[in-house]
Design a protein around this ligand. Structure first.
Ligand code: NAD
Length: 443
């Protein structure tokens, strides 16, 4: 099938590439000229495991193209995806300006029967706005074309996006027309051998499904962080508590890991946007507001542990920081817990020697060159001349501590483990003070 995708970010680029991989002919459209130029030259601007070779082979196979030119992409394709960003507005609502801009562009150039598929995370009612924006352009042109705006929220996870796209848990489709359901079922069929993985519903329910999923996951994290803070004060170990509850199948093991707070481009903004939707309906979304505020507090917690250890602001100290991306296997630093920590350390007059396997260029892009930030080429190099180590992202390569090296290089012999990747007893037996999240016995 012939498909156009607007937006070549994490969602658009991965979706477009995976659709090309299963044999569709895909045109990816982006307004960012530098991005399109890079992609055409075979440079993938984001880090996502397995993505680069797939982009290369599908470009070579002539199934995947990149362009800034919207018109031919819309004219030539029966299915047009919208996968552009929906960042938070000043009041926390989802800002739909990019989505509606694409909608107007689609209306301007639509040349025949089209299914417009919205993959961006958007509030309930957006499909209607997109429909109206396209309709207004068509009327202005004095033409009429048969089109439907379908909701197809995306559930891929950064860090395993290609795998998630190729082997989805479910594909949610919200539409009205049987022909639209049928078209999307045909498009996605090679990804899903079991038909029950298609979850078909009305547009409004599909739009709400995405927010419900992200808000529930964020709720699990904030819940565990709140209990971790209780554990810390009563002298319990949250890791024991986690093991004690996760084995209950009603609770499950996923998303009950306490840590330095959730980040990324989705959870913070989606929880906020759903809360705003509720407020606009005259409701008071107490739970969603609490989930968000627990997370804001939690992102400050690592720094609080630092202050607690030193009994004062760590002015003049040098911190090795391991992990800058908001989670492992990505270079994305949007809303990352590391940013809160770096900024608090700098605010206190401390210096940072940082290392991340993938997010170094992104860190440089965000913070530029500054005296109090040294980007190091390895985790071991970051420890050189540091007073303390803080772990913010649980990359696999940090998981086996080299205690001898740590003891030799960390001057104040203290580790702040924002992801509970170490056994406190092992670190302490190695002669290093240890602070985790919710690990009362180590405080
Ligand atoms: P992104 O910021 O990585 O990419 C968005 C892209 O859209 C950019 O390349 C931008 O240049 C482009 N763009 C903006 N306006 C455009 C226009 N008028 N025409 C063409 N391109 C345009 O965003 P993302 O992380 O891929 O997220 C996209 C949407 O998917 C958001 O609504 C997000 O909430 C949702 N989502 C994201 C993830 C994720 O893990 N990142 C997962 C599920 C859903």
């Amino acid at each position: 099938m012939k498909v156009a995708i607007f937006g070549t970010g994490y969602v658009g680029l991965v979706t477009g590439t995976c659709l090309a991989e299963i044999g569709h002919e895909v045109t990816c459209v982006d307004v960012d000229e530098a991005k399109v130029e890079a992609l055409r030259a075979g440079r993938v601007p984001i880090y996502e495991p397995g993505l680069e070779p797939l982009v290369a082979s599908n470009m070579e196979g002539g199934r995947l193209r990149f362009t800034n030119d919207a018109r031919p992409a819309i004219e030539a394709n029966e299915i047009v995806f919208i996968a552009v960003g929906t960042p938070p507005d000043e009041d926390g609502s989802a800002d739909l300006k990019y989505v509606l801009e694409v909608a107007r562009t689609i209306g301007r150039y639509m040349a025949g029967r089209t299914v417009v598929v919205n993959k961006s995370t958007v509030p309930v009612g957006t499909a209607r706005l997109v429909h109206d924006a396209i309709g207004a352009e068509l009327s202005a042109r004095g033409v009429a074309h048969d089109f439907e705006v379908v909701s197809n929220p995306e559930f891929l996870k950064e860090g395993s996006a290609v795998k998630d796209c190729m082997h989805p848990d479910r594909i949610v489709i919200g539409a009205e027309k049987a022909s639209s359901f049928e078209k999307l079922r045909r498009l996605y069929a090679p990804f899903v051998r079991n038909r029950e993985r298609f979850v078909e519903m009305d547009v409004t329910s599909a739009e709400l499904t995405k927010y419900a999923a992200n808000a529930l996951l964020a709720t699990k994290i904030s819940f565990m962080n709140e209990v971790a803070n209780i554990a810390e004060r009563v002298g319990a170990d949250i890791e024991m508590v986690r093991k004690g509850i996760g084995s209950d199948p009603r609770i499950g093991w996923h998303f009950i890991y306490p840590g330095a707070g959730y980040g990324g481009s989705c959870f913070p903004k989606d929880v906020q946007a759903l809360a705003r939707t509720a407020q606009k309906l005259g409701m008071h979304p107490e739970l969603l507001e609490a989930v968000a505020s627990v997370n804001v507090r939690q992102k400050r917690h690592l720094y609080e542990l630092v202050e607690r250890h030193y009994g004062a602001s760590p002015t003049g100290k040098t911190f090795a920081v391991w992990g800058l991306a908001f989670k492992p296997d990505t270079d994305d630093m949007r809303e990352a817990a590391s940013r809160q920590l770096l900024e608090q350390l700098w605010g206190a007059g401390a210096r940072v020697r940082a290392y991340d396997p993938e997010a170094m260029a992104e860190t440089r892009r965000i913070y530029g060159v500054r005296d109090d930030l040294v980007l190091c080429e390895s985790a071991a190099a970051a420890l050189e001349g540091c007073d303390a180590l803080v772990i913010v992202t649980e990359w696999r390569e940090f998981r086996s501590p080299d205690l001898e090296l740590m003891r030799a290089r960390i001057r104040d012999r203290v580790i702040f483990d924002g992801r509970n990747i170490y056994d406190p007893a092992e670190i302490e037996d190695g002669g290093i003070a240890y602070y985790g999240i919710g690990r009362g016995r180590s405080i």
